[in-house]
Ligand binder design. Structure first.
Ligand code: S3P
Length: 458
């Protein structure tokens, strides 16, 4: 199984100032999708700017087990250069029409901690000619998979599960396109169904209750798929032509950048500039929330192709509480833990409703954030589908639990920057799932109170 076996703790010291210009690792949502879609294309694709994160490594390992060749190339060889690492993706040979030449893997495909890997691959394999078992770590085995199994079965898929949970055994079979009206706003579910739709007879339509990230749609369109998107409805028509290969520089991950945006917003005068960050409008709702809470946000778009990107600067100003509902939560799903951290420093009561999805992420993020922030002295009310935080509060340094969830570890570490003493984040190595260098970056950009001098680095 991927992932570190040794649980490591990290100590965060209170900061006197945050001031930095940085870049963040490549977007993991884009990375999973472009690697999977490149594996279906005609010819080789060049992908640069890939994050070194464990989630993306899980997708790479699964694709290799399916016979796809992924070979490291210098990032500068792929279009647009970019940071991170680069891969040439060569689809498995002997593809028939929509039959994709995947090899039957020798053992289970290990999706590790990555829900995106498992859900997208289940959709991909449902209409393939191979059978495979998708498994993952203890957290992934607890997460709901019926949300993909049921609609895929309506398309004719053969999928066995352990009561709607992983491991999932997918026996590839011909599929029929269907109209799906999703009860839950989930880009993973939408993408799984579109991947299945690529191999299905007849059109596949997905209607979302609330608009979610559209990376799959953008990539499919760029690669020549027959896709129509109209007001929350995505329709994919089967095509006899295979997808075109793609060269893509993956932009910086907005959700990783959000930790630094929140850090800067915590105190008036603190500031952060993030270059090369993804600015796809289906991902940037957190910028609007930051502004609504009082932070100064400046955005410069530098590139507007398949995945727009640019520079974001956030400067702290006095914060005020906000009220968020289901639509805001869906649009900023991975950033809600940071909203709760900001809420501890904001004037008034911040309330987040319609957020039951947060309970079925890598961990129960409502419970995890409530416990961590309470330990630090915040006043928090937990609801079945939401949470309220009363501010402003003086946070104390404490030992807090990540529950093995990367976003909880990083959000509580950011809270530690404004605590009165050091904060210890237990089981902190889980940040490697999306942002392996997070704690190094944190030490580089924050000026600890004890040093009292600008420009200090690790
Ligand atoms: C993701 C979608 C979201 C998000 C996750 C990544 C994706 O999950 O929380 O981190 O890449 O599609 P849901 O689709 O389950 O909301």
């Amino acid at each position: 199984m991927l992932g570190a076996e040794v649980e490591q703790m990290e100590m965060v010291k209170p900061a006197t100032r945050i001031a930095a210009t940085i870049r963040v690792p490549g977007d993991k949502s884009v990375a999973h999708r472009v690697l999977i879609l490149a594996a279906l294309a005609e010819g080789d694709s060049m992908i640069s700017g890939l994050p070194e994160s464990e989630d993306v490594r899980a997708t790479i390992a699964c694709l290799r087990s399916l016979g796809v060749k992924l070979s490291p190339v210098s990032p500068s060889l792929a279009r647009g250069g970019g940071s991170g690492w680069g891969l040439r993706v060569s689809p498995a040979p002997s593809r028939g029409q929509s039959g994709w030449g995947f090899a039957t893997p020798h053992g289970p495909l290990d999706c590790a901690n990555s829900g995106t890997t498992m859900r997208l691959l289940a959709g991909l394999l449902a209409g393939s000619r191979v059978s495979a078992t998708l498994d993952g770590d203890a957290s992934l085995r607890r997460r709901p998979m019926a949300r993909i199994i049921e609609p895929l079965r309506r398309m004719g898929a053969h999928i066995d599960s352990r009561d709607g949970r992983a491991p999932l055994t997918v026996v590839g079979t011909p599929l029929q396109g269907r109209h799906h009206s999703l009860p839950v706003a989930s880009a993973q579910v939408k993408s799984a169904l579109l991947l299945a739709g690529l191999a299905a007879r007849g059109p596949t339509t997905v209607v979302e209750p609330v608009l979610t990230r559209d990376h799959t749609e953008r990539l499919l369109t760029a690669m020549g798929a027959d896709l129509r998107v109209d007001a929350g409805t995505v329709e994919l028509r089967p095509s006899h032509r295979p997808l075109r290969a793609i060269d893509l520089a993956v932009p910086g991950d907005f959700s990783s950048a959000a930790f630094w945006m929140a850090a800067a917003a915590l105190r008036p005068g603190w500031s952060i500039t993030i270059d090369g960050v993804g600015l796809n409008r289906t991902r940037t709702a957190f910028l609007r929330i930051l502004e609504a809470m009082g932070a100064a946000v400046h955005v410069e778009l530098s590139q507007t192709d398949v995945e727009p990107r640019g520079t974001v600067r956030v400067t702290g100003r006095p914060l005020r509480a906000v009220e968020l509902g289901a639509e805001d939560v869906a649009a900023a799903i991975d950033e809600i833990p940071l909203v709760l951290v900001l809420a501890t420093q904001a004037e008034g009561t911040t309330s987040v409703a319609g957020a039951a999805e947060l309970r079925v992420k890598e961990s129960d993020r409502i419970a995890g954030m409530a416990a961590g922030l309470r330990r630090m002295g915040a006043s928090v009310d937990e609801r079945p589908d939401g949470i309220k935080v009363r501010g402003p509060a003086t946070l104390q340094g404490a030992t807090v639990e990540s529950n093995g969830d990367h976003r909880i570890a990083m959000a509580l570490a950011v809270a530690g920057l404004v605590a009165t003493g050091p904060t210890t984040v237990d089981d902190a190595d889980c940040v490697a799932v999306s942002y392996p260098d997070f704690f190094t970056a944190l030490r580089t950009m924050s000026l600890p109170r004890s040093r009292g001098r600008a420009g200090w680095g690790p």
